[in-house]
Ligand binder design. Structure first.
Ligand SMILES: Nc1ncnc2c1ncn2[C@@H]1O[C@H](COP(=O)(O)OP(=O)(O)O)[C@@H](O)[C@H]1O
Ligand SMILES: [Mg+2]
Length: 584
């Protein structure tokens, strides 16, 4: 801008100064010439007077010539009406040509008044000014002519030319300085505005430019400042809103995908990537929805909502992802009810459904487990009532079975109650310091009879006192369940309890030399009512809930469980609890 402006200024200045300088020069030269001419004309009048004054006879031209030579500083020539030179102040008349056709002479004769001309004299190699006028002496008329070189004049005019040029140059320099000054003055705010606009384009808002100008540029600067400020405020607002919106979308547990009428994804929140199992680093924005969701049912719902403008809700299983999803599709409508896209909300209900499934499985399992002893009890009571009571031996045997079955019922209900109690709490609130050595001693006291009845050794190995945080009764229950299993599923050998410390964890190992567990069952071992051998468990009075309770208690106190087993060799359960440091 600056160079352009400056260039136009230069052109403008040149266009103005050159013709002005030139015509000024012309005018001055013409003026001088005119003045000179006027002066020349008055000079000839003077000469004329002198001539008329020298009012003598015909032949005293020489007297006139010599008189005139003393008086005026010009060459004077006297010519008769035929052009013959009669006298001359500088040359002899007989050496001179006929002057009839000299311009000034010719004109003076024709117009009968003073005539002038400027001519180049070849003989003298210089420009001359001539003036001729008719004069009368008695009856006769003569032509009186004066001439003078005008080199003086030329000298003068070149001086004038020089000063005009100087003045023009001076004017030019002055104008240029002004032009540069003005250009800078005008362009500075423009440059500042450009810089500021570039800053805004880079995202830096609110930049101020200072200007006190009262012109349009000043106005522009002020509106620019206002605009920049407003823009900053607006962008901040929008950014803030975006941040809020993003935070909301990011913290939603449901996947949200907005698509336009062309089925391209406008927006998708992070949880959608998770639910749809999209590869890491994949960007779903601007992709068509059918490329991102490869499930025909969902795509159909989207199409239906865009076509009908009505919300769609459906629960479906995304077999490919092994997930249960609840899909809500809502068309996006403008104020004029035009459909411009739709919002797809994806709720992952896999876990909910699984929990529901587990719960109903549990209920049917419980009913079944309760029904078995009850049926048995009812059967034997009926048999007794129908006469068996009269045979004391049989009656006693039946009553023992009834006793055993009600015992199982009791254990079952007890286990169910324990389990549901643990399940109901997320975290144990009343956590005591539980010294594991004490617990293990108590459990051994409790179960040593049962072990010795089967001819098994019940061994403990523990060195230091080790404690964990938890509920004493529940931790004891856990150990009982494991040791009880060890005794139940071992025919020969021992059941050993080891207590040690490992990486700030308390490690409890329950090792037996029993029947072992096949690898294929290890995974499901901790599920409720899961038993490797149902009949065997029943015979041992098992409920199938023992290990499930173990798992839940361990989780409650941030514990971990490991199982190692070899069929026919034995089983080892390892429980790790975070060590409580209050002991030391
Ligand atoms: N120490 C062990 N040795 C062999 N099998 C075991 C052992 N502990 C548990 N099991 C297997 O795991 C199943 C589940 O155990 P548990 O939940 O305590 O139920 P229960 O003992 O009442 O049958 C048992 O039925 C048994 O098949
Ligand atoms: Mg058990």
């Amino acid at each position: 801008v600056r160079t352009k402006l400056l260039l136009s200024y230069i052109v403008l200045i040149l266009v103005l100064t050159i013709p002005i300088g030139y015509s000024f020069n012309q005018i001055i030269e013409k003026n001088i010439m005119d003045q000179y001419q006027a002066h020349f004309e008055s000079e000839i009048q003077l000469v004329k007077l002198i001539f008329e004054d020298t009012n003598s006879g015909e032949t005293d031209y020489d007297q006139f010539v010599s008189k005139i030579k003393d008086t005026v500083d010009v060459r004077v020539t006297l010519i008769d009406m035929n052009g013959i030179v009669l006298a001359d102040t500088e040359e002899l008349p007989e050496n001179m040509d006929n002057h009839l056709h000299r311009e000034e002479v010719k004109n003076a004769i024709r117009m009968e008044k003073t005539a002038t001309s400027v001519r180049y004299s070849n003989t003298l190699n210089t420009e001359y000014m001539y003036a001729a006028t008719p004069v009368n002496r008695g009856e006769d008329t003569y032509i009186l002519r004066i001439s003078k070189p005008i080199e003086v004049l030329q000298g003068m005019s070149s001086k004038i030319e020089a000063s005009v040029l100087t003045a023009t140059l001076f004017g030019f320099v002055l104008a240029m300085t002004m032009a540069i000054f003005l250009t800078n003055r005008f362009t500075k705010p423009i440059y500042e505005l450009t810089d500021a606009a570039e800053e805004i384009a880079k995202g830096k808002y609110g930049k101020k430019i200072y200007s006190n100008d009262r012109d349009q540029i000043g106005d522009l600067t002020r509106s620019f400042n206002q605009m920049s400020y407003n823009l900053g405020v607006k962008v901040n607002e929008i950014t803030q809103r975006n941040v809020e919106l993003e935070a909301i979308l990011n913290s939603m547990i449901n996947g949200i995908i907005a698509i336009d009428a062309d089925r391209n994804i406008l927006m998708i929140n992070p949880i959608s990537y998770e639910i749809l199992n999209l590869p890491e680093g994949y960007i779903a924005e601007n992709e068509p929805i059918y490329k991102v969701i490869r499930n025909e049912e969902i795509i159909e719902l989207v199409e239906e909502s865009i076509k009908s403008g009505k919300s769609q809700i459906e629960e479906l299983s995304y077999v490919h992802l092994d997930k249960m999803l609840r899909i809500y599709v809502n068309p996006i409508l403008t104020n004029s009810k035009e459909i411009i896209g739709s919002i797809v909300v994806i709720q992952d209900i896999t876990v909910i459904r699984k929990l529901e499934q587990m719960r109903s499985d549990f209920v049917s399992n419980v009913s079944h487990e309760l029904k078995t002893p009850l049926t048995s009890i009812k059967g034997f009571v009926d048999t007794l009532k129908n006469g068996a009571i009269n045979d004391p031996e049989t009656a006693i045997r039946f009553l023992d079975i009834i006793d055993m079955e009600s015992e199982r019922l009791y254990r079952l209900i007890n286990d169910i109650l324990i389990l549901s109690e643990i399940e109901r709490m997320d975290e144990e609130i009343d956590q005591d310091l539980v010294v594991m050595n004490e617990i293990i001693d108590e459990v051994i006291d409790m179960l040593s009879l049962k072990a010795s009845e089967k001819g098994l050794d019940l061994i403990k190995e523990m060195d230091n006192l080790l404690a964990i945080n938890g509920n004493r009764d529940r931790i004891k229950q856990l150990i009982i369940n494991l040791v009880d299993n060890g005794i139940k599923y071992t025919e020969k050998g021992f059941v050993k309890i080891l207590l040690s410390e490992e990486n700030n964890y308390v490690k409890i190992q329950v090792i037996d030399t029993g029947i072992g567990i096949p690898d294929s069952h290890l995974e499901r071992l901790f599920e409720r009512f899961y038993r490797v051998d149902k009949g065997r468990s029943r015979n041992q009075g098992g409920t199938g809930l023992g290990l499930s309770i173990v798992k839940h208690i361990a989780l409650l106190y941030k514990g971990k469980i490991d199982v190692h087993s070899k069929i026919g060799k034995g089983t080892e359960f390892d429980i790790y609890f975070p060590k409580s440091n209050k002991m030391n």
